[in-house]
Write a protein that binds this ligand. Structure first.
Ligand code: IDC
Length: 460
């Protein structure tokens, strides 16, 4: 229903039915293409194209279409390799969506510019065959009645089911939310007003609590930081959000350096929060300069400490190479697949920064997602420094991929740090306005837009 309204509101075109023709020996072909303008401004617009393969499976595809007005140009696209020659636009599949089974769809998008009018493109084709088919989307209208209540009300105690995160009805869900910045620096960003905005305006499912261990963090005042974390767990719980307790190791990169601290910290927070349903534990933010074997050893010592106090909570394990599943160290997910952590009800962390980590990282995630339970417990829309410009195309490609794979995520950061990854403009946390668009950065506006859409969590 929501999509139909969007179509009506934007005058999108859905193109009619194809008759499959041709000699019997040939592969059956056919497709539908659904074009939607998602926003438009003076001279520019953002559009999406949902392509559905109605023929035999394809292992490689190129979508073609025609821009009716000479001023219409694709400026920057995602989820495909885009090019334009005159009025002819082509979009070729990328690693993770190149294969399309019969009936399978993929969502592409682009930012465009125009000079005169901005009519919908025409003559959509897939691998040269006109897209004249139509499809009934089985999820539209949704088959589940819309859930009412907060994310924790609806989903209750979570657990890992196969490669997914499942709710109390044993159905896969995706949590979408935000990470704090270092709570030792940005405590003023986490009060009642900002967390109300996160829960009510952003409709966030999740607050990740980033408790640095070094850099003036936990090691300087274990009791004080433990109390701060518990306070944020309670504040998230009161607003119906999950709380991800992040033991934010970063430098040094070997989590074993903090093994004793981790045991002390997790035995305390796990005992204190054992009866809560909203807690997820992340035991090592970003192992780096260390082998997977060392990370696994750390995990197999810390997880039993958590389980002894809180047996049913989901635990997230960091991966090698700054939680890149090893990719940033020249490895890949196979080291984890071949040598998994010996524990149940766990997921593996994957982190990315959209301006630094692109197609080869996305290819890894799409491959690994069918073998390992993944949780994107931290990502940024900018470069891996946490600063620089928002890479819109890469960020949207990532978020679309995570939505498609139902991978949960937390964005770095829900803070007013003076860096591109922060959601709020500098100085915001000294004030009381966390809701107006005036306090949002480009990254904040993008994430609020994505996170605040309906979750449609399954309820049976
Ligand atoms: C960055 C912060 C920055 C801070 C720096 C060092 O954005 O203000 O000075 O840490 O503490 C990560 C880390 C995360 C980084 C972030 C951006 O988990 O702590 O935050 N990043 O560099 N991994 C990849 C990127």
């Amino acid at each position: 229903m929501k999509r139909l309204l969007a179509l009506l509101a934007t005058g999108a075109s859905v193109v009619g039915l194809t008759v499959l023709a041709g000699p019997p020996a040939q592969a059956a072909t056919g497709c539908s293409a659904e074009y939607t303008i998602t926003s438009q401004w003076a001279g520019g617009f953002q559009a999406g194209v949902k392509v559905t393969n109605l023929g035999d499976p394809v292992s490689d595809w190129t979508l073609g279409f025609t821009m009716p007005d000479t001023g219409q140009k694709v400026v920057q696209g995602w989820n495909a390799t885009w090019s334009q020659s005159g009025s002819a636009v082509t979009a070729a599949g990328v690693d993770w969506n190149r294969t399309l089974a019969t009936g399978a769809s993929t969502n592409l998008g682009f930012v465009g510019s125009f000079t005169g009018s901005n009519p919908a493109p025409t003559s959509f084709s897939l691998n040269g065959v006109a897209c004249t088919g139509s499809v009934t989307d089985p999820t539209d209208p949704p088959t589940d009645p819309p859930a009412t209540g907060t994310p924790t009300d609806v989903n209750g105690q979570l657990h890992v089911c196969g490669v997914h995160l499942c709710n109390q009805y044993d159905r896969p869900i995706q949590l979408r939310g935000m990470s704090t910045h270092g709570i030792q620096w940005f405590g003023s960003c986490y009060g009642d007003a900002s967390l109300d905005a996160l829960a009510d305006d952003w409709k966030s499912d999740l607050l990740r609590v980033a408790m640095y261990v070094q850099e003036d963090g936990y090691e300087t005042d274990p009791d004080g930081f433990t109390r701060q974390v518990n306070r944020l767990v309670d504040m998230a719980e009161a607003r119906g959000m999950y709380a991800l307790i992040d033991f934010h190791t970063l430098t040094p990169g070997d989590p074993n350096y903090n093994l004793d601290r981790a045991k002390t910290f997790f035995s305390s927070v796990a005992a204190r929060n054992a009866d809560k349903k909203n807690v997820i534990y992340e035991i090592a933010n970003e192992p780096n300069g260390v082998s997977w074997a060392a990370v696994k050893n750390y995990a197999e010592q810390v997880i039993p400490v958590i389980r002894a106090a809180d047996p049913d909570a989901v635990v997230i394990v960091g991966t090698r190479g700054w939680s890149s599943l090893g990719v940033s160290d020249g490895s890949n997910e196979s080291e984890v697949v071949n040598n998994p952590v010996n524990a149940a009800n766990i997921m593996y962390a994957f982190h990315f920064y959209a301006a630094s980590h692109k197609d080869n990282y996305r290819a890894t995630v799409s491959r690994a997602a069918s073998q390992l339970p993944l949780f994107v417990s931290e990502f940024g829309t900018v470069s891996a420094t946490g600063g620089g410009a928002v890479d819109r195309a890469s960020s949207i490609a990532w978020l679309d991929l995570l939505d498609q794979l139902k991978i949960s995520y937390a964005n770095w950061t829900f803070s007013d740090a003076d860096e591109g990854s922060a959601a709020f403009k500098p100085g915001t946390c000294n004030g009381s306005d966390f809701s107006s668009s005036a306090v949002l950065t480009e990254s904040g506006a993008l994430l609020k837009n994505r996170i605040s859409t309906a979750d449609n969590f399954p309820t049976s």
